[in-house]
Write a protein that binds this ligand. Structure first.
Ligand SMILES: [Zn+2]
Length: 144
């Protein structure tokens, strides 16, 4: 997986298995990497929800999105920017509800995009629809 160094912003390629077990340092500046907030949106695979979201040490912004949804497409680059800006501080995670309808049902999500904010595995806030970057930034600020 790609992990951006929070200190020098260099991209490190690290095996996910290695990240789970060991402390991994940035290849360039040797600062410890934070795989839990890797600087890139993470696709939550079926079956890894607990690991990726519930047990995450850092707060998680979960984007429930669907293909063919224009506001979802508009939001995608902003979520990338957010993950980059807040590398090491927040994890941006994504679930495609068309592939994983059970996830949408579990959270009683009726429309996409829906953004859920988790802190220590608990949902603390949610919002729906497209929003510009400053609003997105304000939304996640409540868990930082
Ligand atoms: Zn570094």
């Amino acid at each position: 997986m790609k992990v951006m160094c929070a200190a020098c912003k260099v991209t490190n390629n690290v095996a996910e298995e290695k990240m789970r077990k060991n402390l991994v340092r940035c290849g360039k500046c040797k600062e410890p990497l934070t795989p839990d907030a890797p600087g890139y949106p993470v696709e939550v695979a079926p079956g890894s929800f607990n690991f990726q979201v519930k047990e995450s040490e850092c707060p998680v912004l979960l984007d429930l999105w669907g293909p063919g949804c224009p506001p979802c497409r508009q939001l995608a680059p902003l979520l990338k920017d957010l993950a980059k800006e807040l590398v090491g501080k927040i994890k941006v995670a994504k679930v495609n509800v068309q592939e994983q309808p059970a996830a949408a049902n579990a959270f009683q999500v009726r429309g996409v995009p829906t953004l859920l904010l988790f802190k220590q595995g608990q949902e603390v806030a949610r919002t729906a629809g497209f929003m510009p970057y400053p609003e997105l930034r304000k939304f996640v600020a409540q868990v930082l």
